[in-house]
Design a binder for this molecule. Structure first.
Ligand SMILES: [Zn+2]
Length: 291
């Protein structure tokens, strides 16, 4: 398996142009990705490799907003070593740039310095790893030096006070340098960041996980983050084993997917290797992607 393509997919949400940037491939244990769902069911949707891992993506979203360029999540970055990348099946090295995220931005014609807002759904390494980058001299630099980073206050505290279960996903080099540079704007609840771009609490994967609701000219889209990482996670009980509060995830999904279906939101999938977005329907038994 190789990193998912295409690198960039573009569409309109109302009057806004958005670009889904595939910031790399990732392979995680299929059982862990589907929690209590038995393998005979999940492998029909996403087949496992010989190490029982399934192919995932790490899709970021760039929004062309009148107030400037907004980037949602930053992939895994370039600071991890080969052993780590092998364990998690990370394939995110750029052809010309530092990472595939930077290559994607370049393909769109955007330099990292031009991004004015970065929003993190949460601070796990595969979502916030690209917040910072390793420079040629090995120093850790801010990847988007002119951006304000929007981070949930509780998530930051959770990420900097880990326990034996949570520590493997949080690396301080991904976020404490940003805080030290005074670049983080902390949020604590639902908030409109700029017109039509709103962070909303979607707890469960982590207690302070947030998703991003994009609204323009009557059209709504939701960047789910890890609330439903792939389109295969739309059925309510298909919840990752990684979630720290799976029953909270269940109730968040129940509430959000109901509203998404009733109001015909476009859903944007961060980890789906092939499907960037789609709308949801209910077939009488479970939610699924509308085809
Ligand atoms: Zn994730």
């Amino acid at each position: 398996m190789t990193a998912p393509t295409p690198l960039v997919e573009r569409r309109k949400i109302g009057a806004l142009t958005v670009h889904a940037i595939q910031a790399g491939g990732q392979k995680l244990d299929g059982g862990a990705m589907f929690g209590v769902v038995p393998k005979p069911l999940w492998q029909k949707r996403i087949p496992a490799d010989e190490r029982n891992r399934i192919q995932l993506g790490m899709r970021c979203l760039l929004i062309e907003h009148p107030s400037g360029l907004i980037l949602i999540d930053t992939g895994a970055g370039n600071k991890e070593d080969d052993k780590f990348k092998d364990i998690y099946g990370l394939e995110n090295e750029g052809a010309g740039g530092v990472t595939m995220l930077e290559d994607g931005l370049a393909q769109i014609g955007v330099r990292p310095e031009e991004v004015v807002i970065v929003i993190n759904t949460h601070l796990h390494f595969d979502h916030a790893g690209g917040n910072t980058r390793s420079g040629r001299d090995g120093s850790v630099q801010i990847s988007f030096p002119n951006a304000t980073y929007i981070v949930k206050r509780g998530e930051y505290e959770y990420a900097t006070n880990t326990n034996e279960r949570t520590a493997a996903s949080y690396f301080e080099r991904n976020f404490t340098p940003v805080e030290a540079a005074g670049k983080i704007e902390f949020v604590s609840r639902e908030k409109e960041i700029v017109k039509g771009i709103r962070v909303i609490p979607t707890p469960g994967h982590t207690p302070y996980h947030q998703s991003i609701l994009i609204e323009s000219v009557g059209e709504r889209a939701l960047y789910l983050g890890d609330l439903a990482p792939t389109a295969s996670h739309l059925p309510l009980p298909w919840i990752m084993g990684y979630d720290v509060e799976p029953l909270v995830t269940l109730e968040t999904k129940r509430r959000i997917l109901k509203q998404a279906m009733e109001e015909d939101w476009l859903l944007i999938f961060e980890h789906d290797a092939t499907t960037a977005w789609g709308r949801v329907e209910h077939d009488g038994k479970a939610y699924r992607l509308r085809t």
